[in-house]
Design a protein around this ligand. Sequence first.
Ligand SMILES: [Zn+2]
Length: 407
Amino acid sequence: MVHVLAIAQEPHPVGSPQNAHVRDYIMNQLNEMGLSPEVQASTVPDYFGVSEERDHVTIHNIIVRLPGDNSTKALALVGHYDSVPTGPGANDDAAAVAAMLETIRALKCGTPLKNDVIFLFTDGEEAGLLGASAFVREHPWRNSVKLVLNFEARGSGGPSTLFETSPGNSWLISGFAKAAPHPYGNSLTNAVYGYMPNDTDFSVFREAGYAGLNFAYPHNVNAYHTMLDSADNVDARSIQHHGEYMLSLARHFGNEPLNDLKKSDSVYFSICSKMMARYPALAGLIFALTALCAFAGIIIHYAGKKVLIPAKIFAGFGASLAVLAPAFVIVGIAIGIAETAAHGAVAAAAPPELRGSAFGLLAGIQSVGNLLASAVAGLLWTVVSPAVAFGYAALLSGAALLALARR
Ligand SMILES: [Zn+2]
């Protein structure tokens, strides 16, 4: 918190005198630790109107390298030290800078790692990712970096969340799952974020082909980019979580060969911040298709029998969601197996005027069940074995086929 208090006294956007003070503070901290940080200055067109009188702006990245004793490639930890002009940036991104400084201190005390670890404190993130772009474009160390871990905030608290990865993430996810004491995040966020216009420094690295992971904490978003983003509104637990990731991941990836990092994609989700379930995206597709085939089979079976009345289907679907959503964890496993078997029987037993609604109700149960069935399969994949996960998927298909055959 000492660093956050020092850095986030007032807004310190790129090019401002306050920004220079923050830079001096970080340089002093690094020098006091006996390191030799360097400043990368780069002058770029001022697309975002940061500077009032000139059409160019100069950014200053702070870069320091902790040499490994048998380095394959370097790992880079990245956070930005500039803020927006409209807020002091205590969470965004002084919290990450503070965690980076303490991670350097901890790494210096521990046994040396194999790989070099580069700490990159970027400038001008808020003005158009200028610092990260300058590093990727011009810095002589850009080619030795293979893996990038970026840290951000989009609020003033909450768990530091893995919300974005580079493509082909299975090796990274399994490293993260093994190393981080409290892993948090899921692949759905990664997929959704991919369709949003938001950017962080990580976008620059991802587009330049670097492998990496991107973390941010998301709670109390009203503090984001406002005067509320002050040191009083920082949750120390979020900084701690950032720092825990930085140290554990630096120690893990700092000792792994960083040559060929891009593999297949993983589906992943954390469970109570204690563990990370993960399985190949291809297996996820098979699990989903298994559930979908059962669903499609039943639709085909009932098509043309005048029981598929849209309004009634939606009514039933809504009712089932309302009932199931709160309880879905508890009933999930049972539903996953029972839904398909029960489907045909229940729909057939309903009086004709209620069949549409009964079908919608079952469709709702089935949708939640399908999600759960995939999640359960993924959990089995991680905790037990891939064979058991496929066995479970086969059991679901078997139940579905049985239900259809009995019609
Ligand atoms: Zn930021």
